[in-house]
Design a protein around this ligand. Structure first.
Ligand code: SF4
Length: 237
């Protein structure tokens, strides 16, 4: 019998991905916290802030911004130095503060008011294209906005955890986050809606924070060892 191809044909649900999801669900399903679904603008602001920042720190920064400025319009109109001081707990606060202010000013200039609710009437690819025109906004942020917010569209937020884990599992060939998302989206079952894709992402992310960490993957104890070529190589001999 021919062995199953490591990388299946495009646009076919990948049985390995589905099996991995089931193993992760068995290990972490009860730990995935229900998402607090925000409006698209709040998710956009959070996603810019959260890049390379721990989840708990990102949530604290969002709370600090709300406490200090009250409204996102006040945040937009605040001096960059004051924004930077408020988001100190986020990494690269000196870069993110001007990016955030500029993006909020540009949204206001292009739409006429500070909101992203109007995106709901557009196709997902158009929304992502529109969001990615802003400095500091790439596929990871645009995927988070369309998938996690009230827009609730199909997308996979391939953050650093998602990229590392799926590459070690060899679900897709090595590539950047944008290409990896495109390939993974061809492999997930079509029946997985936005919420299900969000849940799958949360499972993968938890795994990347727990076993499949950047510097010390715990392959010998990993619940995915039986289906992971990298783990089998790491534990061989
Ligand atoms: S076996 Fe190792 S490399 Fe593979 S998913 Fe588990 S921790 Fe990551």
């Amino acid at each position: 019998m021919q062995p199953a191809p490591l990388f299946p044909e495009a646009n076919q649900p990948d049985p390995r991905l589905v099996e991995i999801d089931a193993l992760l669900e068995a290990r972490y399903g009860a730990e995935v916290k229900p998402r607090e679904v925000w409006d698209p603008l709040t998710q956009f602001i959070y996603s810019i802030l959260s890049s390379r920042t721990k989840t708990e720190d990102s949530h604290q920064v969002l709370r600090d911004l709300r406490a200090r400025f009250g409204t996102w319009e006040n945040l937009r109109d605040a001096p960059v130095a004051e924004i930077e001081q408020t988001i100190q707990a986020a990494t690269f606060a000196d870069v993110k503060a001007p990016q955030l202010k500029t993006a909020l000013q540009q949204i206001t200039a292009r739409y006429g008011s500070l909101t992203l609710d109007f995106l709901a009437k557009y196709r997902t690819d158009k929304i992502r294209q529109w969001l990615e025109q802003f400095a500091g906004v790439g596929p990871k942020t645009s995927a988070a906005v369309v998938n996690f917010s009230t827009l609730r569209r199909r997308a996979l937020c391939v953050d650093s955890h998602h990229l590392r884990v799926t590459q070690r599992l060899r679900l897709t060939p090595r590539a950047d986050a944008a290409v990896t998302e495109e390939r993974l989206m061809r492999l997930v079952p079509e029946s997985w809606d936005a919420e299900r894709l969000d849940h799958h992402h949360s499972l993968i992310k938890l795994h990347g924070q727990t076993y499949c960490t950047f510097d010390q993957p715990k392959c010998a104890a990993c619940p995915l060892l039986a289906v992971c070529p990298t783990g089998q190589r790491n534990t061989a001999g």
